[in-house]
Write a protein that binds this ligand. Structure first.
Ligand SMILES: NC(=O)c1ccc[n+]([C@@H]2O[C@H](COP(=O)([O-])OP(=O)(O)OC[C@H]3O[C@@H](n4cnc5c(N)ncnc54)[C@H](OP(=O)(O)O)[C@@H]3O)[C@@H](O)[C@H]2O)c1
Length: 326
């Protein structure tokens, strides 16, 4: 697997990142990915050459970090790029907060659960409108200076808030966000182009989360009525288990894009999942490393196949057109 340099950093990461949000996550009374399955997925990803793993302090109530930590103990830590996040609390009584107190408490919890001395990437999971951004950036900069964190990242937020944080860091000589994590996929009903323009201009890496719209772009969901969310979901899938599925991932734009993705997939003998992921990997304005959330090894292998295909300019444009005209 050829590695990709993450934006303006020196980090060499696999061109797909493994997401671990559903490790230990209970939906509809079912634990989506248990401990053993999590370790099997991590093994399969690493054996294929993957080295970039995404988690957060709160995934699975801390089990995601714990299970990655147990797995990492059997591997060489230096071979992996481990990213985690802070905003919602596990350790502190302040629930949604990027204050010095909260960030200091949460990094200790994450490092302990992951059983590591440092994180390669530490994202703010959301923007904190209450805490002065300077306090957050100073605290995060201290973590970099202490060697607990190598690079800072920012997840989803308004473009102007990302710009404000970047500007604050620059004028105060602090570490800035180098890696971003917006929700971004071809079928996304919302327009995140302002955010992506900031990333392109500033040379920030973009690691889209939910790159398959929670599985919608794999083509396994069918429209069964006139309503946008008249969706037939396969048994046991996220769409069948998670009541937020339609609200988060299904839209008229999504159905139009899925048609285009399916048509391109058929043309190049690939799967819709591979085409949807490739559309992200081939973004030209910025380094784009999708965070895939496979639940089985077969899904992961399917998704890794995105690295073996290529979309022509015309195929790429057809998906873009479906996106912009819906
Ligand atoms: N920063 C944030 O706020 C934020 C938010 C969300 C996620 N994330 C990160 O992004 C990662 C990925 O998010 P996501 O899980 O929503 O990603 P996704 O790739 O859009 O969806 C993954 C789900 O789609 C289904 N799937 C994946 N590949 C498939 C395939 N080849 N064939 C059939 N079904 C397939 C599986 O669900 P089923 O089998 O259950 O249908 C899987 O759990 C997370 O793990 C997390 O690390 C970050």
């Amino acid at each position: 697997m050829e590695y990709t340099r993450l934006g303006s950093t020196g980090v060499q990461a696999s061109p797909l990142c493994l997401g671990t949000w559903r490790f230990g996550q209970e939906s509809g009374g079912v634990v989506e990915t248990g401990r053993e399955e999590a370790h099997t997925l991590l093994d399969a990803f690493a054996d294929a050459g993957g080295n970039f793993i995404d988690t957060a302090n709160g995934y699975g109530g801390g089990d995601s970090e714990r299970w990655i930590g147990e797995w990492l103990a059997e591997r060489d830590r230096e071979d992996f790029v481990i990213a985690s996040k802070v905003y919602w609390s596990q350790e502190s009584r302040f629930q949604e907060n990027l204050s010095r107190k909260n960030v200091r408490a949460e990094i200790e919890g994450s490092l302990e659960r992951l059983d590591t001395d440092y994180l390669d990437v530490y994202y703010i999971h959301r923007f904190d409108d209450e805490t002065p951004v300077l306090e957050t950036m100073r605290t995060l900069t201290n973590l970099v200076e202490e060697g607990r964190v190598h690079y800072l990242g920012a997840s989803t937020m308004a473009a102007w808030k990302l710009t404000k944080a970047l500007w604050k860091a620059e004028v105060d000589g602090l570490e800035r966000f180098e890696i971003t994590q917006p929700m971004f996929h071809a079928a996304y009903r919302e327009d995140v182009s302002d955010y992506l323009d900031v990333c392109a201009d500033q040379g920030l890496a973009v690691c889209p989360y939910s790159p398959l719209a929670g599985g919608f772009l794999t083509g396994k969901y069918e429209r069964v009525g006139e309503g946008v969310d008249d969706v037939e979901a396969p048994d046991g899938s996220r769409g069948a288990l998670d009541e937020m599925f339609s609200e988060w991932y299904v839209s008229e734009r999504g159905w139009a894009v899925l048609d285009a993705v399916r048509a391109v997939a058929e043309e190049i003998d690939a799967t819709p999942a591979q085409v949807a992921l490739r559309w992200l990997v081939q973004q030209e304005a910025f380094t784009c490393v999708p965070i895939v959330g496979a639940r089985t090894v077969a899904q992961l292998e399917d998704n890794l196949g995105a690295l073996e295909i290529e979309l022509s300019d015309a195929q790429y444009a057809r998906i873009d057109d479906a996106r912009t005209s819906a």
